[in-house]
Design a protein. Structure first.
Length: 91
């Protein structure tokens, strides 16, 4: 779930942040930290998507460590895993 966490799920239709008890359960598990601000606002940090995706790719054998080809190889592997072409459109 960390690899697909969507921050927009924390907001209502009017763009206001939901109270934590109303956050979707799957997304709550991806929240690494949040801070209540003095003005009543909140600061939220989600789990690192890149790290989560890399772990998935390594465990499924689609990416070998150490990463050969650098970040470009990781990007290609992620697009392939998500079923996207080189431009990011559905393949």
């Amino acid at each position: 779930m960390d690899a697909r966490a969507d921050i927009t799920d924390l907001f209502d239709e009017e763009g206001k942040m939901l109270q934590p008890k109303k956050w979707p359960a799957a997304l709550r598990n991806s929240v690494e930290a949040f801070e209540l601000k003095p003005d009543g606002g909140m600061k939220v940090r989600l789990a690192n998507k890149t790290a989560a995706r890399r772990t998935i790719l390594e465990h499924t054998g689609k990416l070998k460590a150490p990463l050969e080809g650098g970040i470009s190889a990781l990007a290609r592997a992620l697009r392939a895993d998500l079923g996207l072409d080189e431009d990011g459109a559905d393949a």
